[in-house]
Ligand binder design. Sequence first.
Ligand code: PLP
Length: 390
Amino acid sequence: MLPTRLIPYGRHSITEEDIAAVVEVLRSDNLTQGPKPQEFEQLFAKYVGARYAAVVSSGAAALHLCAVTLGVKPGDKVITTPITFTASANCVRYCGGDVVFSDIDEETYLLDIHKVRTLLESMPAAERSAYKGVIPVDFAGLPVDMCAWRELADEFGLWILEDACHAPGAAFYGNDGCMHRVGDGTLANLAIFSFHPVKHIAAGEGGAVTTNNLQYYEQICRLRTHGITRDASLLHENHGAWYYEMHELGFNYRLSDIHAALAIAQLKRADKNLQRRRSIAQRYIEAFRGTRVVVRPVPQGFEHAYHLFVVELEKRDELYNFLRERKIAAQVHYIPVHLQPYYRQFGWKRGDMPVAERYYKRCLSLPMFPSLTDEEQEYVIHTVIEFVTR
Ligand SMILES: *Cc1c(COP(=O)(O)O)cnc(C)c1O
């Protein structure tokens, strides 16, 4: 029997407590620039295990401020993956830098570190000096091996901006013998998160930068509020209590108290929701074992956060339509970014990233969100199996 409403690939969940938290702000004196963003910052920094978290108005804003803070400028080259949301690459362009796409690993779908090494080693030092940084993405919620990336970055003098939008709560055991939570500030220079409703923690719109670097944290805090400071120790002059100075060209990328209150309420359920995502994943893995639906194994020592549950198969387009007709809205993540018309103007073309392009033809994200019921999941599994055994 058809479900009464469409089952999407991802869906936020809002409780009465979430609503009460937002209403409390609406009745208070501050809709923005009140205490809630700072409260959320402290809680989120603790959640990921970083010294500092700066909350901003979106994940894309977080990426932009990081690119500014890292000093990206015209002529600089920054490496990223084609299998991500476009925002991971766009932040480089906001600052006039060039995006250099490098192919993914076919088992993990993550930016392939060996290919990046080969790329960097293949060119003369003069050319290599234009390469300033790398933006690895914890795609679907699987953390990149940040110990390996740190080694590579140190060897070639690169910074690391980790796009961790899919991976709050994910972790891995590094070859340094430590367990690292994603965004803990120990390996990447900066990490960013999104609080878009389809992600783990919903704020409506929202984002965060986490780091252990105080200078970066302070600069991001200034840049998100127009480049303005009121800190008396930094002012060039001081005309009185009303006085402020603008020291650099910033933006209005603040998170409002309304959004922060929702995020605080949601963060309380983050661990429980992450467990639910993992048990949904486990059920899918068991159900598709031995079928033509390919589920790539999670590498040893890595704890997946399952923003997405990706499967691969032949006839993906047909399965997409088959599910759609049965009220299941699976999704494709992602259209390779180098093939977007905007990036093609820089010379990127079909065939440049063969692994990513093959993956794109075969991938499908099945429903994965904490409020997906067992019955709904069984219906999804049953429908997928029905398709592949026709
Ligand atoms: C969602 C997302 C972003 C952008 O976040 P917004 O909050 O929507 O701006 C960036 N990168 C990745 C990988 C994402 O999934």
